[in-house]
Design a protein around this ligand. Structure first.
Ligand SMILES: [Zn+2]
Length: 449
């Protein structure tokens, strides 16, 4: 897909909406006037490239020098797509231009920098979080994470959490003791998930304190705890508990000592937080290493994890009648009469067949649009306590989750299949081992020239 972000191709100037840059984020400053040559050479191409990325719903834009050129990739719904390459000089100019727009120092290439750009595109505001990552002396990768600040997946319902699961989460916090954690693979929305767990608490019935550094003040009735100088974590927990705190929201757990203290207080309040582990089973193993099996078995209430699965495009997905054997094999309800799948790609040998992008205007023939979460919930049942105390391994934990009929990722993904949100093939793809089967994605649309 040799997309052309240069500004000298007036002949195929498309009438597409352009992004508006509205200044750097994080209190940084930019001065375009100090960089007139850069602005002349690279502002329009940068605008075009970012407009193109936003119109394709890219969540991440990556510019990376490769063999004398700068390769551009758009990550859409978690899948990276090549989005063209620029000759070295012009590519470097685009990187510098974006750095200037984000208020970063364009000359600095050997230290990573972070900033961002406020932007507006198609009547939607975006935060373009911009980060440079040095690769070797004088060479850096630019990564732009596209955030739509109006969408915050912190409330269970808008996040797509099924009612019975958010009800379950609520039940774990009701006794005002124990530990509820979120975990998951990188970029699977773990922080949103821990906030989601916090949101399942009724703030009018419970006294909720945020013990973390980040403000969660957007939530009703959550008090940000002010740490006293000279107080360690124990003294701080003691102090907040004397104020009759029920629920304490923690920063992500990274330090075994913090975890130890938290577990020691877990019979006096309920802690909600997150831990860096790919699955709940991995989280249990890590916690046992950190604080020992007794504390884990006695105080962990639940560990929740989520994964985002691409949703079929509503405009072009095709219904089909599944055969009963398939339903039985998958464990789908036998009464399921209709499932959905991606439309067949156009016949390449037929000259008159529509091109991929002509198949569907909404998704350009991808044919997925957006992502929906599927969940896994490990509960500390009696059976799980025995596993933790006597026979701990990833395998035994997973086995116990199945024995106790807990919600596992694969099982929950079938909920999306049965509901027509995604295709069976997409579920199989997203659970395939990394580096195993290649995604069966169709190529991106052909260039229009
Ligand atoms: Zn479509």
């Amino acid at each position: 897909m040799a997309r052309d972000f240069d500004d000298d191709d007036d002949d195929d100037e498309e009438d597409v909406e352009q992004v508006l840059f509205q200044g750097p984020m994080m209190g940084l400053e930019t001065n375009l006037k100090q960089n007139p040559r850069l602005v002349k050479a690279a502002l329009v191409p940068a605008k075009k490239m970012i407009s193109d990325a936003l119109s394709r719903r890219a969540g991440t834009i990556i510019l990376e020098p490769v063999q004398g050129r700068v390769a551009i990739r758009f990550v859409v719904d978690g899948i990276p797509y090549p989005a063209g390459a620029l000759p070295g000089q012009r590519g470097m100019a685009m990187i510098q231009m974006i750095k200037v727009l984000a208020g970063l120092n364009p000359q600095e290439r050997n230290e990573g920098q972070s900033g961002g750009i406020y932007a507006e595109f198609a009547e939607t505001k975006y935060n373009l979080l911009t980060q440079t990552i040095p690769l070797q002396p004088g060479v850096e990768r630019l990564r732009i994470r596209v955030v739509n600040p109006r969408i915050s997946f912190v409330s269970p319902k808008p996040a797509g959490m099924p009612d019975d699961l958010s009800e379950q989460l609520r039940s774990f916090t009701q006794e005002s003791k124990g530990i509820v954690l979120a975990c998951g693979a990188p970029e699977s929305g773990v922080t949103s998930l821990s906030l989601c767990a916090l949101h399942s608490v009724d703030p009018y019935l419970y006294s909720v304190y945020n013990m973390g550094a980040r403000g969660v003040h957007t939530m009703m009735n959550v008090t940000d705890y002010e740490y006293e100088e000279g107080h360690d974590l124990e003294m701080s927990f003691d102090r907040v508990l004397r104020r009759e705190a029920d629920i304490l929201f923690m920063d992500p757990l990274r330090d075994p000592a913090v975890a130890q203290t938290m577990f020691e207080f877990a019979d006096r309040a309920c802690f909600i937080g997150e831990i860096d582990a790919p699955t709940p089973a991995d989280a249990i193993i890590k916690l046992v290493e950190w604080v020992g099996m007794d504390l884990v078995a006695n105080h962990v209430r639940a560990i929740i994890s989520q994964k985002l699965i691409r949703k079929l495009c509503d405009d072009c997905k095709q219904a089909f009648r599944p055969n009963p054997d398939l339903l039985k094999r998958l464990g789908l309800p036998p009464g399921t009469t209709v499932l959905y799948r991606a439309p067949s790609p156009p016949d390449e040998d037929d000259e008159d067949a529509p091109t991929i992008e002509e198949l569907c205007e909404d998704c350009d023939g991808v044919p997925f649009h957006g992502r929906a979460p599927v969940y896994e919930l490990l509960e500390m049942t009696d059976g799980m306590r025995e596993v933790v105390a006597a026979n701990l391994s990833l395998e035994t934990i997973r086995q116990q989750m199945v024995t106790d009929n807990m919600r596992t990722m694969q099982k929950d993904a079938l909920r999306l299949v049965a509901g027509g949100t995604t295709a069976l093939e997409e579920v199989q793809r997203s659970f395939a081992p990394p580096g195993g089967r290649k995604p069966k994605d169709r190529p991106r649309p052909r260039p229009r020239d």
